[in-house]
Design a binder for this molecule. Sequence first.
Ligand code: BTN
Length: 253
Amino acid sequence: SLLPTGCLVGRRLVCAAATSSTNSDAFRLAEEGAPEGTVVLADSQSGGKGRLGRRWESPAGVNLYCSVILRPPLLPHEASQLTFLSAVAVARTIEAVTGLHPGIKWPNDLLLGERKVAGLLNEMSAETDRVGFVILGIGVNINMQAHQFPDGLRHPATSLLLASGTTVSRSVFTVRLFQELAAGYERFLREGFDPVREEWAGRSTAFGREVAVDTGAGILRGPFSGIDRDGALLLQRPDGSLERVLSGDVTVY
Ligand code: BTN
């Protein structure tokens, strides 16, 4: 391609002052054939989507809400590898721009201390046995103020402003994030999932620690022993075997 490396993400940019959800917009664009690397970016969302059917607070003027279209050569069950890739890219960007050191909580939360600063929501279209496209949805609380968080959040939240004490440029953050995503994706296409998994584990808050996972169908406990190629959390059972958990909420002891 004629693009320099590191420029894939954002080569086409669709910007909206307000939309319902950048993920829904990107999904429609991808269905209409938008090329890999297309990004939908919005200043605010009226129907920002979180994981497990939750809502994502999306006020105007302060945060980053974006969705990236990728067309990876993967099998549907491997598509979650890209969530880990985007978590690593967001963590690197936060470090580079603010000097703060976020931790990653499986599968997709970025934490500063115990508080959530960013969330990821990937959506996929599968064409029989291959991934058609993946939408990487990324929400980062950048300059959100304390009074803009709703009461009664399930998990305590924060922003880069609240955690660092300084306003962070949204454009500087966004450009750096697109570069990190592109560089990470190019490396992923060359070298596969293992480098992503290693960096993810090094940044994980729970790796090696005792955790409880609420799967909705019950609570599983044990040392968090990593992630497999499907993105499943691996819990060590008392008999030494590994239990795979595909979705749930993790508490670290
Ligand atoms: C979560 O932690 O539950 C995931 C939150 C994901 C929010 C982002 S904001 C941009 C994109 N568009 C959406 O509707 N959701 C994601």
